[in-house]
Design a protein. Structure first.
Length: 513
C-alpha cells in the first residue's frame, strides 16, 4: 500500500472513464447471487462441474479462433502487446509461465543456438582497438540523469522565454548529441539507470532490478572502482524503490544515498527538491575524489502538479499537464545551473566530466493533442515517434571536445561513449561510442528502430522516411538491416537471462573474437 500511496497522483492521471468497462460485470454477478442464492446453496457437484468444464472448453475454442490471426512475434518485443491482443487473463498466465521459464533458464548454460547468435553478433560488431582517453589524470565523473527530460525542450521558447536557458548555453559550448532516443520499457527510470551502468537493454516486461537483482554485471561503477574511484549513487526517494538498495550494491556502488539519508529541508513534487538534492549530493561527493557520482533527479516527475503555480508564462497551456511539464523542466534547468556554479566555486569543475541526459518521455499519449499543438506538428504517427528523444550533453574539462553530433543513437550508447572518453577497458558492450562512425541506430524495446533517415514501426511493420514521413518500400537489403538491428534485443535478453557475465564460456568467447 505504501508504494501505491507514493505514486497515487501520477497513477490517478492515467485512469480514464473507459477503464470502468473492467467492472461492468459486477452488478450482474451481485444480482445473480441475490436472485439465485437458494439454488447456489444446493449441491449438485457433478452437474455443475460438467457445466463449468463445457464452458471452459468452449472459451478456449473461441479464444483460439480469435488468436489465430495475431502476429505473435510482436509479443517478444513488448509485453503490452500480449494484453492488447490476447486479453488480461492470458497476459497474466503468460507472465507467470515466462517468469518460471526464465528462472529455470538462468541456471542453464548457453545452448548451441544461443552461442551461435552471440558469436555471429561479435563477428559483425566493428572492432575498436583504441579509445580517445582524453585525460592522463583521473577526472571525476558526474552523471546527472534528469527525470522526464525530453529533447524537444532544448532551445524551445514559449512566449519569448527559453524553457532551458542554462542547458542551451551548456550544449553550445560542449558535446551535444541531438539524435538520442530513449530505450526504456516498463522499468522507466530504473531501465535508464541499467542502460547507463550496464549497457544492455531492459527486459521485455517488468524490471531487471526485480527479476535479476543478483546477476553479475560488467558495470561502469566496477570499471571505475578498479581505477581507484569511489562510486556513489544518489536518489531522493526511498532506498527500496525499484529495489535500488540491493541492485546498487551488486553493481559495485560503494554508497547509495537515498531519502532516508538526506536532510529533507525543501520538498518539491515527490520528495526533496532538486536544488537541495544537488547541494547535499555534491557535499558528499567532494569528500571522495576521484568520484563517480550518479545523481538521479526527481522533482520533474509526472504529473507535475507541484509546478502549477511556478512563475513561468506558459499560455495557452496554463493549468494543463503540458504547461506544468514545461515549468518543471525550467526548474530542473535552474537546479543544474546552480550545481555547475557550485562545482566552479569549489574549484572542481575543471577536474570533472559531467554527463547530463534524460531518462524517458515526460508526456504520454494522453497528452498527445496538446503536445502536437505545442510543437506545431501534424497528427502523423511518425511525428510522435520523432519526439521520443532525450538530450545528451557531455561537459569535458578544457573543452577537449565540442560541437553537436547528429548521429542516431540510444541510451545504450552512453556507456561506450564514457568508456571511450575515459580510456576504460570494457571487454563487451552492446552499444557503440557516439564519437565513432559505427552504430547510427537505436532499437526500442518494442522492436521499432531509428536508423539513418528511417523509422521502422515494428507494430505496423512499416518503414518511413523520418523527415518526409512518407512510407518506404522495405527491400531485401533493408529487411536484413532491420533484422540485424533487432538482434541486439535477442543478444541482450540471452546475456541477462543466462547471467552470462558470470559464465566463463561466454567470457572465453569474447576473448577469442
Amino acid at each position: 500500500m505504501g508504494f501505491i500511496n507514493d505514486i497515487q497522483d501520477s497513477a490517478n492521471t492515467l485512469i480514464k472513464w473507459k477503464d470502468a468497462v473492467y467492472l461492468i460485470d459486477l452488478p450482474f454477478v451481485v444480482a445473480y447471487v441475490f436472485c439465485f442464492r437458494k439454488n447456489l446453496l444446493r449441491k449438485n457437484t457433478r452437474r455443475d462441474n460438467t457445466i463449468y468444464l463445457v464452458i471452459f472448453l468452449m472459451s478456449i475454442a473461441l479464444f483460439q479462433v480469435q488468436a489465430k490471426d495475431i502476429d505473435r512475434t510482436l509479443h517478444n518485443y513488448e509485453r503490452k502487446n500480449i494484453a492488447k491482443d490476447m486479453g488480461v487473463i492470458y497476459f497474466h498466465g503468460y507472465d507467470i509461465l515466462d517468469f518460471t521459464r526464465n528462472k529455470l533458464q538462468t541456471s542453464l548454460s548457453m545452448n548451441d543456438s544461443e552461442t551461435k547468435i552471440i558469436v555471429d553478433f561479435l563477428k559483425d560488431k566493428p572492432k575498436q582497438d583504441e579509445t580517445y582517453n582524453l585525460y592522463t589524470d583521473k577526472k571525476n565523473l558526474l552523471v546527472i540523469q534528469v527525470e522526464a527530460l525530453q529533447e524537444f525542450v532544448i532551445d524551445f521558447e514559449i512566449n519569448g522565454e527559453e524553457v532551458t536557458p542554462f542547458l542551451n548555453h551548456l550544449k553550445s559550448e560542449n558535446l551535444y548529441f541531438s539524435q538520442i532516443y530513449h530505450q526504456v520499457a516498463g522499468g522507466n527510470t530504473a531501465d535508464a539507470e541499467f542502460l547507463l551502468n550496464v549497457g544492455l537493454h531492459p527486459t521485455p516486461t517488468g524490471s531487471v532490478n526485480y527479476l535479476y537483482p543478483t546477476n553479475r554485471w560488467l558495470a561502469l561503477s566496477g570499471l571505475l572502482n578498479d581505477r581507484g574511484y569511489t562510486s556513489l549513487a544518489f536518489h531522493g526517494y526511498e532506498a527500496s524503490f525499484w529495489n535500488r538498495q540491493a541492485v546498487y550494491k551488486n553493481l559495485g556502488f560503494h554508497q547509495f544515498v537515498s531519502k532516508e539519508d538526506f536532510d529533507i529541508d525543501e520538498i518539491l513534487g515527490w520528495s526533496i527538491s532538486d536544488k537541495s538534492f544537488f547541494r547535499q549530493s555534491i557535499d558528499t561527493s567532494l569528500g571522495h575524489q576521484p568520484f563517480y557520482s550518479l545523481l538521479i533527479t526527481l522533482s520533474s516527475h509526472h504529473p507535475y502538479d507541484a509546478f502549477s503555480k511556478f512563475p513561468m508564462n506558459v499560455t495557452p497551456f496554463e493549468d494543463t499537464q503540458v504547461g506544468n511539464y514545461l515549468k518543471s523542466v525550467n526548474y530542473a534547468d535552474q537546479a543544474i545551473a546552480g550545481l555547475f556554479k557550485r562545482l566552479e566555486d569549489e574549484g572542481v569543475l575543471k577536474d570533472t566530466i559531467v554527463v547530463i541526459f534524460g531518462d524517458h518521455s515526460g508526456l504520454y499519449l494522453d497528452q498527445k493533442v496538446d503536445v502536437l499543438k505545442l510543437l506545431s506538428l501534424g497528427d502523423h504517427p511518425v511525428e510522435w515517434a520523432k519526439i521520443q528523444k532525450v538530450p545528451l550533453i557531455i561537459f569535458l574539462p578544457d573543452n577537449a571536445l565540442q560541437g553537436e553530433i547528429g548521429k542516431v543513437g540510444g541510451q545504450i550508447d552512453i556507456l561506450p561513449t564514457i568508456v571511450d572518453i575515459m580510456g576504460l577497458d570494457h571487454p563487451f558492450m552492446l552499444g557503440n561510442s557516439l564519437l565513432r562512425e559505427q552504430g547510427n541506430y537505436a532499437v526500442k524495446r518494442d522492436g521499432s528502430i531509428y536508423f539513418e533517415d528511417y523509422y521502422f514501426d515494428n507494430g505496423r511493420g512499416m518503414l518511413f522516411n523520418i523527415e518526409t514521413l512518407e512510407e518506404v518500400i522495405i527491400t531485401e537489403d533493408l529487411t536484413n538491416q532491420i533484422e540485424k538491428y533487432k538482434r541486439d534485443l535477442i543478444v541482450s535478453d540471452i546475456i541477462i537471462r543466462k547471467n552470462l557475465f558470470n559464465d566463463d564460456a561466454f567470457l572465453d568467447i569474447i576473448d577469442l573474437q
